[in-house]
Design a protein around this ligand. Structure first.
Ligand code: PEP
Length: 252
């Protein structure tokens, strides 16, 4: 059995005061929802403040990225050691990082290996762009991102990784994929790639989320798909009521 998983990616939103207000509004209700792993991913500057509000709750904390080196002369970067002081989770390879900040499958792979070394659970994002989708390259692109991003890791760690299938054309556009399409990508592309990389048991044990314009209104369509184990939520995770409703939908 794969425990449902819902993470909120706040992206570059919320000052410390705003982050405190949002968490204070949603945490009491999130706490009531059982049977779902819940994770908030605020920007780096708000991690410490949010971490203190989450003490004693079952709500996890994640960073939105990190570098792979432990420390040193890497101005502007945040290390896995630093992330691990506050967080259990880290988003790696988000399409916005791939599109705007030069993230590649190779850098994703180094970051995922660093997550393993520092006992962090990576939420690894994969997904095709609109032009790749339109030219029928989804299978090739997504399989490559899984294969190259996760290569060289042991199977025991493979099953702890969380993968988020996020078609780039669905992120922040209000045009979500259909549940059926997302389920087919996970079933026919992502799990077979995991089976090849690790083994069939690991492929079945690994949580795979859908991400891309998930809202309270469409979440159930994704969660009822047999291959989809939860969601990575962007815009809707900035509204307490919406995010709580999405987590409730994941609880079934
Ligand atoms: C995301 O940032 O991972 C995401 C899925 O964004 P949105 O829900 O806003 O499409």
């Amino acid at each position: 059995m794969r425990t449902p998983f819902v993470a909120g990616n706040w992206k570059m939103n919320k000052t410390i005061a705003e982050a405190r207000a949002l968490v204070s509004e949603m945490a009491p209700e999130l706490q009531e929802i059982r049977g779902v792993e819940k994770v908030l991913c605020p920007p780096f500057t708000a991690l410490f403040a949010v971490s203190s509000l989450l003490i004693g709750t079952d709500i996890g904390l994640g960073a939105q990225d990190m570098y792979w080196e432990e420390k040193g002369a890497f101005t502007g970067q945040v290390s896995p050691l630093m992330v691990r002081e506050l967080c259990r989770y880290v988003i790696i390879g988000h399409s916005e990082r791939r599109a705007y900040f030069g993230e590649t499958d190779a850098s994703v792979n180094r970051k995922v290996a660093a997550a393993q070394a520092f006992d962090l659970i990576p939420i690894v994002c994969v997904g095709e762009t609109l032009s790749e989708y339109e030219s029928g390259q989804t299978a090739e692109v997504v399989a490559r991102q899984v294969r190259e991003g996760l290569k060289g890791l042991p199977a025991e760690f493979g099953s702890r990784i969380v993968i988020a299938y996020e078609p780039v054309w669905a992120i922040g556009t209000g045009k979500a994929s259909s549940g059926e399409n997302a389920n087919a990508v996970v079933r026919d592309i992502i799990r077979p790639a995991l089976a090849e990389l690790f083994d069939p048991q690991t492929a079945q044990a690994t949580r795979v989320l859908y991400g891309g314009s998930v809202t309270a209104a469409n979440a159930a369509e994704f969660f009822q798909q047999p291959e989809i184990d939860g969601a990575l939520v962007g815009g809707a995770s900035l509204k307490a009521g919406e995010f709580v409703a999405i987590v409730k939908a994941a609880a079934g």
